[in-house]
Design a binder for this molecule. Sequence first.
Ligand code: THG
Length: 266
Amino acid sequence: MFTIIGERINTTLKMVQAAVADRDADYIQDDVIQQAEAGATYIDVNAGARIGHETEDMKWLLEVIQKATDLPLCLDSPDPDVLEIAYGLVSQKPLVNSISLEKDRFEPMFAYLQGKECRIIALCMDDSGMPRSVDDIVSRAHRLVGELGRIGFKHEDIFIDPLIQPVGVDTNNCRMAMAAVKAITTELEGVHVTGGLSNISYGLPQRRIVNRTFLSFMMAVGMDSAIMDPLDSALMACVRTSEMLNGNDDYCMNFLKGVRAGTIVS
Ligand code: THG
């Protein structure tokens, strides 16, 4: 099954930021319920945009969101302290977003993750910066999975994020991500691959068609999760259709169910 990480509770979005600043629980809960109904597997929670307020905003969001849904949460922060506090406040096994190979991030995360009940998103980032080649991505994925394995993480609990970079910045970026994901899913059996889908279209017009086409390319090479907007119904139809074409929908059941429910239309 494709893992959909609903991205909409993120304080970089103006409406969400205003709702968080005003402590408008109804707005947040209504959005989360819509994401759940649309088929989200996890709800991503990112409270990073109001500088100096991240911890209190994250705590408030976690309380409000868990009153509206039983879905597990994807705890999204670059700050290991915020992630540790958030971890203590969730009732379902969370997806922790994220760890990377950057020293400042790796060491505190690695220390607190020992023995924790969670899944983890592992970014192919190290202190030399964003990956510049297929080999950068694949070698970092191997290191991350190896290190996480040492503290008991099974492949099925690790989501590698290859770090999707805009095709408008370098037209090779899609091909690079595809080749890397193909190698990762072949060499590291059972490891999941996710990423911020809309990064690919950054700076281009008509972003949604770019995001959709990219998603189906990436699913063909083994990407089995994305951080995305589950309320984008054409994108959701693309997920279901790509799963079927990829051989992951027995008897085309889910596709046909979606068509009957009216959620997949061409
Ligand atoms: N990898 C991992 N985590 C991530 C990202 C990633 N978390 C944050 C981000 N990237 C994914 N989350 C979002 C949330 C909202 C939007 C995009 C990514 C979004 N963007 C619109 C856009 O890009 O045009 C609208 C922006 C706006 O309205 O201001 O909605 O890569 N592990």
